[in-house]
Design a binder for this molecule. Sequence first.
Ligand code: PEP
Length: 254
Amino acid sequence: MPTRKKFVAGNWKMNTTLAEAKALGAAVAKGVGTDTNVTVAVCPPFPWLVPVGEAIKGSAVALGAQDVHYEKKGAFTGEVSPAMLLEAGCKYAIVGHSERRHILGESETAINHKVHTALEEGLSVILCMGETLAERERNLQERVFQRQVFAACAGLTDEQFQRLVIAYEPVWAIGTGKVATPEQAQEAHAFVRTKLRQLYGDKIADTTPILYGGSVTPETTAGLMSKPDVDGALVGGASLKADSFVAIVKAAGG
Ligand code: PEP
């Protein structure tokens, strides 16, 4: 049975002032410390990446961005390249978050392009996928998982897969307080892992972390993490309070 290190990432979305971001980063760094059995990252808004990077320096907490552009440089007003994120201290970039897919109309082609460019340039990618409520009500979720994973990962090398983390985030659970049950999460993760096995082989299926995201709280973490294919959590709302985020990290660590 392969063992995968648990991974907890906080997605701060478009929240925090500069002062709040620095204080939150410092409190998370203090709470997590330097010695943890969990991989931990925080993803502040772009303008706060460098100051939050300073605030978490010396701790086990890594820095991530909430998005990245699919070209390396050039005339793309308002966009941020992988090289800029690396220079700002990021190790990770979230790609394909449902708010970008559904509110900002990000296409699967763009997501695949982003995944490629980010990995080529040296970032690790947290790839989000998951079904809407309407898709679940029509029992289409497995079709959606297969399509989204296949579209996003097309053309990746084995080496690039080693820097890919998948986050299953059912859209109906994000920011709604309706967390998936551990059984629902396990069923989805097991399906995604089986698809990875069929498409890319045992090594990739066994080593790719699959996180759950959607209204995770300190109270729901242990139950979710007890499932064999749930390798961690992508946390939105509960990552904005250091105490609750650190409690999620500790619960994920067991
Ligand atoms: C998210 O947006 O990635 C997320 C999981 O949000 P929340 O935890 O607030 O549902």
